[in-house]
Design a protein around this ligand. Structure first.
Ligand SMILES: Nc1nc2c(ncn2[C@@H]2O[C@H](COP(=O)(O)OP(=O)(O)OP(=O)(O)O)[C@@H](O)[C@H]2O)c(=O)[nH]1
Ligand SMILES: [Mg+2]
Ligand SMILES: [Zn+2]
Length: 224
């Protein structure tokens, strides 16, 4: 089994997270590193989606991944084994989200700095990760079909702060009364500009749409 670096994140001491996040965003811009923050409930398919996406993009972009979890290194190991890219595990010491200072501690753990894109898989949780700006250029979230199309109504902030909502596990649509159009309408209530991308990470269907969006994002941002 591949070995991955595990970083124990210390609780943040910064009082003003928004300021700290803006500072981190500026530092990353100077280094030319695009940070994407991916959030969702536990088990909605973040790691599976990232593996598929990275395998579509790794010849076009230099990518690294930070996996944040309360404990274990299973996700970082999975990413490394399935994609071959550098992947580090952050342990949040029980914290159910990452803020900008914690993200900074994780970023410091990378061996190499010459990457175009770092993807942060945030702790599985629809509530507080949405409250803390990590310093990412963009937030994306994954909603899986079994969770229901009403989640934008119940977790408004998550859907307000995310520009891209990936709807995963479309293979099980026949077994759930999840309506994609109703989901799109619910997402629009929270964020009229958000795009909804249906995928099946299990088979790979639709993942190219997400990968194409991300590739375009990174290249537009580099030109800014
Ligand atoms: N049927 C189906 N299962 C899927 C799909 N994508 C992921 N899964 C399964 O869902 C489970 C959770 O997937 P993960 O990718 O580990 O989800 P995660 O969001 O990273 O989970 P945490 O990191 O624990 O929050 C696994 O058993 C996956 O095989 C999909 O498109 N369809
Ligand atoms: Mg995961
Ligand atoms: Zn939290």
């Amino acid at each position: 089994m591949d070995e991955v670096k595990v970083i124990e994140i210390k609780k943040s001491i910064f009082a003003d997270n928004d300021k700290d996040a803006d500072a981190l965003r500026r530092e990353l811009k100077q280094k030319g590193v695009y940070l994407l923050n991916v959030m969702s409930s536990p088990g909605s398919g973040k790691t599976t989606t990232l593996i598929r996406t990275i395998n579509l993009l790794k010849d076009k972009l230099r990518i690294a991944v930070m996996e944040a979890d309360i404990d274990s290194d299973v996700d970082a190991v999975k990413i490394k084994e399935a994609t071959g890219i550098e992947s580090i595990q952050l342990h949040t010491g029980g914290m159910c989200h990452l803020d900008a200072e914690m993200t900074r501690q994780g970023l410091a753990g990378f061996d190499r700095a010459d990457v175009d894109l770092i993807i942060l898989e945030n702790v599985g949780n629809l509530v507080c990760p949405a409250e803390f700006d990590t310093g990412a250029v963009r937030n994306a979230m994954i909603l899986s079909v079994p969770e229901g199309d009403d989640k934008p109504l119940k977790y408004p902030l998550m859907f307000t702060v995310c520009d891209t909502v990936v709807v995963n596990k479309t293979d099980v649509l026949p077994y759930f009364d999840f309506d994609l159009d109703r989901c799109r309408a619910n997402v629009r209530l929270r964020n009229p500009k958000a795009r909804v991308i249906p995928i099946c990470a299990k088979t790979g269907e639709g993942v190219k749409d997400f990968a194409d969006w991300l590739l375009q994002e990174v290249s537009d941002w580099k030109k800014k």
